[in-house]
Every structure is written in C-alpha cells, then in structure tokens.
Design a protein around this ligand. Sequence first.
Ligand code: DHB
Ligand code: FE
Length: 283
Amino acid sequence: MTTTQPSPTAAGSGANASEAFRASSERRGSAATSTERADRLIRRTLEAIHQVIREEEVTYPEFQAVKRWLMDVGEGGEWPLFLDVFIEHEVEKVAAKTQHGSSGTIEGPYYLPGQQRLGSLATLPMRPDEKGETLVFSGRVRDLDGRPLAGAEIDFWQADADGYYSGFAPHLPDGNLRGVIVTDDEGRFAITTIKPAPYRIPTDGPTGAMIAAAGWHPWRPAHLHLMVRAGGHRRITTQLYFAGGEWLDSDVASATKDELVLDPRQQSDGSWRTVYDFVLEPA
Ligand code: DHB
Ligand code: FE
C-alpha cells in the first residue's frame, strides 16, 4: 500500500525541535557556569576556530559563505538538529566516563515528555494500518547488584517504517510510536512495536546543504530511543540499533556503540523478537 504524505521539512522539524528543547531545558534547569569556566571554554573554542583559519588559509569568500550558512541555520531553526548530529556525541562520551551500568548515547532532538503510560506488557500507540514488521522488544531493568527494579520507566520513542517521528512530521498522529512502559514486580517489560527505518537528516535545509557540500551522506542507522528511569537511580538515555543494519558503520551522528546493537530473531509468524537488559547505577 502506498499513500502520499506531506514530507516533513527541515524547517518544520527544526521549529518543533527548537520548541521541544526550550521546554525541556526549562524543565531540567540550565547549568550555572563560573566566569572562569566561561572564559576558558569560549576562549578555547575561538582559538580552535582561529587555528583552522590560519592552517587552512581560509579566504574571505569562504568566511562569508560560513557566515551566510550560520545565519540560515539559525533562521531555519536547525540548531537542535545540527548540534545533536555533529556535537552531542562528544558531550555524551564525557558523561559516559562517570557512568556505570548500561551504556548511553545521544538523546537527539526528537524526545517529547509526557507520553502515554503503559503497563509492563505494552503495545506502543500506532496507527491501525501502521506499516512495518512487528518487533517485540523485551528485557529487565536491574540495579548494579542485579536486583530487579520494579516500577522503572522506559520512556520510548522511535521513527516509523518511513523514518519519521511523530510530533515532528505533520502527517503523523501525536504520540505515535511513543510511550512510557513501566516494569513489573520483577523489573520486566515487553514492548510490541514495529521495526523503524533508517533516519535521514532533512536534506532541504542548511544542515542538508552542508552535508551535500562536503560530499557526506545524511543517514543514521535504524534505531530505537529510550530513557530508563527508576527512583534513586541515575537515568540512562540511550539508543538501540539492529545488527546488519544499513549505515551502522557510518552513522552521520556518530552515536553507535557495539554494545547497543540488537540482533532480533524472526519468528515463525514473521515477527521479530529481541531481548535487552538495562542496569542502572545509584543516583
Ligand atoms: C537527529 C535525529 C535523530 O533521530 C537522532 O536520533 C539524532 C539526531 C537529527 O536530525 O539531528
Ligand atoms: Fe533518532
């Protein structure tokens, strides 16, 4: 079955991503930075740019092209998209140095809080004719000592089988393929969903133009997004990928890790099953 659908634009996704980020940073609070730290970080960032200009002998036309491009990224509302693809992975690696238990990776721009709460055996909200192969993703949430965490929350979001996220693509119903799954008394959960498609960074905006100018590809491998929370424990934000998936070795967002790759098995009914356990450290 083919349906025609309005394709989400970079400007549309970017505007929604900007709004979602503003709301979430208000919720989480922003870091107070000392003058000393601000001086050091700003100075070192500028020095790194100055060094590239000197070493590469950047010309006036190149400087002006960059200036125009930066203006376009801002006016197009694409900063969340750009920063989460090209910068966030390094911040996450720094955070991971002090994190024990399951691995995390980037959050990306498409998390939306306040989704429907579901039981431990859950089917994600989806359209009656949702395209894609059925995937049952199950596992357990435990602490570092192996004790099950009952009532842990798996805040889950993913793209559909065309690679689009609800809330950021006008043709998708709100909350589609999103939900908060709560683990049972033994920390268990099982989520029925569909296999997502690889995600392509919108190519119609300035981020897409930059990628094209540099001759790169705009793809992320297919992935599931999760935040796992339990009282008294440090939250994990992560993604899970699929073994053998396209773009796994060349993710434009550099956010894959070997331990985050699932290897689902196809069942006789055609559906796919996969198991993944999470370990949370104390907060
Ligand atoms: C972007 C999109 C994603 O789905 C993701 O996981 C990370 C980044 C982006 O377009 O910036
Ligand atoms: Fe994503």
